[in-house]
Ligand binder design. Structure first.
Ligand code: ZN
Ligand code: ZN
Length: 154
């Protein structure tokens, strides 16, 4: 993602107000009981945008290639704290960090003075067990935390 203009990975057109992106996330789920309901929280340790598309049709056109690249036979896994790995079918314990390739639909919103993006839709495309792919480490975040502490001590 070196191009600041955000061009579609498929048709090459600059993306408009809303766009679709494929993220590689290292995440884990946590549950907590709130009265009768069980709330699920997603903790994202690392997130890396791999591709940006101008629209859902462009993503749909690329999806088979991405699935082939990731060696995913059955994309869009079912939701659950234990779900089958999209590559080998083995169990993925989603309460410990694992890799999740997600497709998000985003919309730019102008909130002066910054331009930010609002998430309209977020779908799991493929989840991988730790045998298939190691989750990304949190080194980046830890390193910056240590750095901040170091600066405070100075
Ligand atoms: Zn496009
Ligand atoms: Zn697997």
């Amino acid at each position: 993602m070196n191009d600041p203009g955000f061009k579609c990975a498929i048709c090459g057109k600059p993306v408009g107000d809303s766009y679709v992106c494929l993220d590689r996330r290292t995440e884990s789920l946590a549950t907590s009981e709130q009265g009768e309901k069980v709330m699920t929280t997603v903790n994202i340790a690392c997130c890396q945008t791999m591709f940006i598309y101008c629209s859902n049709p462009c993503w749909d056109a690329h999806a088979p290639n991405v699935a082939a690249e990731l060696q995913v036979a059955k994309p869009y896994p079912s939701f659950g704290l234990i779900a089958p790995c999209s590559r080998c079918g083995g169990p993925v314990n989603r309460t410990v960090p694992y890799l999740n390739y997600t497709v998000s639909e985003l919309k730019f919103i102008q909130t002066t003075p910054y331009l930010s993006a609002q998430c309209l839709d977020d779908r799991d495309f493929a989840i991988l067990c730790t045998n298939c792919e190691e989750p990304d480490t949190e080194l980046g975040a830890e390193a910056s935390e240590i750095l901040t502490t170091g600066e405070k001590q100075r």
